[in-house]
Design a protein around this ligand. Structure first.
Ligand SMILES: Nc1nc2c(ncn2[C@@H]2O[C@H](COP(=O)(O)OP(=O)(O)O)[C@@H](O)[C@H]2O)c(=O)[nH]1
Ligand SMILES: Nc1ncnc2c1ncn2[C@@H]1O[C@H](COP(=O)(O)OP(=O)(O)O)[C@@H](O)[C@H]1O
Length: 308
């Protein structure tokens, strides 16, 4: 699927001649979720999907063997290196990457299937994949999920009990690099620190409403394709604890079908996004993800020119 999905001619005519477009007619943006293994991406995504059927999961391909309970075609399309490499060469993938010694990829078909069902497509991909999707220009909001600390990340990986010691080591090693990417200008629109699960979910749900409404980017929508560092820097936002939840309490996806609509939302700096109202306001924008001396991760001070 291409960038900035164009409106088919038939739809354009209908919009021009018919009644005002209904909220359902808004074509959602994709929601790209990135973060180190074990941070809670799957947990948060599952909760979102269970809460609201307007979201559809982009089922990736992977050469990693299935874990207990994982279903082919549901959690992943499990495949072989040979088959996957052939499909990559054949141009069937929107993005792909070697992650933790396996190949993972989002097929064009996977995203197409969700989009044609009229759903907001949720992608759970790694940093390399996120860069490629940015470059491809998919209409999307990019969210980085960070752990409160590396120690907590390790505890979650161990507590999940799905990986061998070697796999845990590989995942933790790769986590450092992935966390670095949170500072990459223009890559992410929002950063959520998944410390308290409920709080993180409220924040994600808030951003997800923006995706349902077809919005892109973060503050001021300026992330765009993320290629221009200045614009991109302005497009990154930090989600601080409770900010999104405070912005729109009781209006989460799944709470009655009104999430993601545009009518009742406030605006900040010309944009209307329930997440952005809080996330982009001077009161809640706190800056970039930074490690503290004691190994915790926190939202640090923004560069002076980013203070709103
Ligand atoms: N680039 C890319 N990464 C993916 C894709 N699907 C999953 N991943 C990432 O691969 C990494 C490993 O996923 P997985 O093996 O399920 O392990 P887990 O993250 O520890 O649960 C995670 O960071 C996922 O976000 C994909 O289609 N493309
Ligand atoms: N906020 C949280 N606090 C404590 N444990 C969490 C939190 N979020 C997720 N977890 C747990 O951490 C483990 C890893 O979560 P998972 O969703 O599998 O991560 P990922 O999909 O990012 O690899 C799971 O056992 C999950 O229940």
């Amino acid at each position: 699927m291409g960038a900035e999905q164009s409106v088919p001619a038939g739809e354009a005519v209908a919009a021009a001649e018919g009644p005002p477009p209904r909220e359902e007619a808004v074509r959602p943006s994709a929601l790209v979720i990135v973060g180190p293994s074990g941070v809670g991406k799957g947990t948060l995504i599952n909760r979102l999907m269970e809460a609201d059927r307007r979201f559809g999961f982009s089922c990736s391909h992977t050469t990693r063997p299935p874990r207990e309970g994982e279903l082919n075609g549901v959690h992943y399309h499990f495949t072989t290196h040979e088959a996957m490499e052939a499909d990559i060469v054949a141009g069937k993938f929107l993005e792909h990457a070697h992650v933790h010694k396996n190949i993972y990829g989002t097929s064009i078909q996977a995203v197409h299937d969700v989009a044609t069902a009229g759903r907001c497509c949720v992608l759970d991909i790694d940093v390399q994949g996120a860069r490629q999707v940015r470059k491809a220009g998919l209409k999307a909001i990019f969210v980085f999920i960070a752990p409160p600390s590396l120690a907590e990340l390790e505890q979650r990986l161990r507590g999940r009990a799905t990986d061998s010691e070697e796999q845990i080591t590989t995942r933790l090693r790769n986590a450092q690099e992935e966390l670095e990417s949170a500072k990459e200008p223009g890559l992410y629109d929002y950063i959520i620190i998944n410390s308290d699960l409920d709080e993180a979910y409220h924040q994600l749900a808030s951003v997800a409403r923006s995706a349902l409404a077809g919005e892109v980017g973060g503050p001021e929508g300026s992330a765009g394709t993320g290629t221009a560092p200045a614009a991109a820097a302005a497009g990154a936002a930090a989600v601080t604890a409770g900010a999104a939840a405070a912005a729109a309490p009781g209006a989460e996806p799944g709470s009655g079908g009104s999430g993601g609509t545009s009518g009742s939302r406030g605006t900040t700096q010309g944009r209307s996004s329930p997440g952005a109202v809080a996330l982009n306001s001077a009161a809640t924008f706190k800056g970039w993800l930074q490690p503290t001396a004691d190994g915790q991760l926190q939202i640090g001070s923004p560069p002076a020119d980013q203070v709103r």
